[in-house]
Write a protein that binds this ligand. Structure first.
Ligand code: FES
Ligand code: FES
Length: 154
């Protein structure tokens, strides 16, 4: 049976009706229209549904929306501030790290989480940081370049 749940998304409070089994991914896309969070495998295998939960990267397809109550949820729509893109978003554009773009939002949020803990990573550490996110287009090197560029710019 649907119940009211309260979610804090990108700094804004939201109230939605959700079933106990509704995933955060489903609520973000279908109830709130936040389509930047992508649906891929829906089984925790691709990472394109990644969002931040209290700053930590999580697969939103693997999290019940109810379990996200009381936590700070950040989606790709919430990364820019004062009308400016996040340095990671800028770097992905500048290095050409986006092809079809399906992995990009999840990749950027995974990188955001990773860089908050490792602000000056080696390329190997960057690859480890995005190991839970698959990209079928780029071969990963430009993604690594983008994350390194963003890290260098601080
Ligand atoms: S859609 Fe969530 S990990 Fe693939
Ligand atoms: S850019 Fe297409 S899957 Fe990564």
């Amino acid at each position: 049976m649907k119940q009211v749940i309260q979610l804090n998304i990108n700094g804004e409070p939201h109230e939605v009706m959700a079933e106990p089994h509704d995933t955060l991914l489903g609520v973000l896309r279908e109830d709130l229209g936040l389509m930047g969070t992508k649906q891929g495998c829906d089984t925790g295998g691709c990472g394109c549904c990644t969002v931040l939960l209290d700053g930590q990267a999580v697969y939103s397809c693997m999290l019940f929306a109810m379990a996200a109550q009381g936590r700070k949820i950040t989606t790709i729509e919430g990364l820019k501030s004062n009308g400016k893109l996040d340095p990671l978003q800028e770097a992905f554009i500048q290095t050409g790290a986006v092809q079809c773009g399906y992995c990009t939002c999840g990749m950027i949020l995974a990188a955001k989480s990773f860089l908050s803990e490792s602000p000056s990573p080696s390329d190997e550490q960057i690859r480890g940081g995005i190991a839970g996110n698959l990209c079928r287009c780029t071969g990963y090197q430009k993604i690594v370049d983008a994350i390194r560029m963003a890290a260098t710019r601080g």
